[in-house]
Design a protein around this ligand. Sequence first.
Ligand code: ADP
Length: 160
Amino acid sequence: MKTAIYPGTFDPITNGHLCILQKGTKVFDKVVLAVAEFTGKDSVLSTEERYNLCVEATKDLPGVEVQRFDGLVVNFARKVKANAMIRGLRALSDFEYELSQALMNKKLYDEIDTVFFLPESKYLYLSSTMVRQVMQLGGDVHDLIPNCVEEVLRRKFEQA
Ligand code: ADP
């Protein structure tokens, strides 16, 4: 059984994340989408909301399980017996950060290798930050995010 984790903050999950996840399920038997409890960033969504949206957005994807994690991502990988970590690579700017993370994670836990997938070109410049900013200003990003994310964010920004 080949298990991989796909860790991130998913604040919120976007179609770019789902694109990477789908590619991952073609290579691995099981992909654990791992939602970080701590974002280290200013987030509009709570961990509960980020987790629930990931569950809802992936409910029809076979081979995907959503879990929350705290602390070192390699400890979580060990816990779920994963020996691969999936990450997405967008424009060049992701590369340096992702490379250093992958090397550090390998140093911390030699059993883990990071596997990178490229999204479809329409998602190459899509980020959760961009989605939050555009929706906050009333812009339409309908085709870039799952419906459940659009509903929750719209409600949140209307209330604010
Ligand atoms: P983190 O804060 O750990 O980078 P994110 O939730 O922002 O978490 O992203 C998780 C992973 O998904 C990262 O590897 C990121 O590069 C990747 N990712 C995010 N958006 C996209 C996208 N549009 N296309 C491809 N990969 C993406």
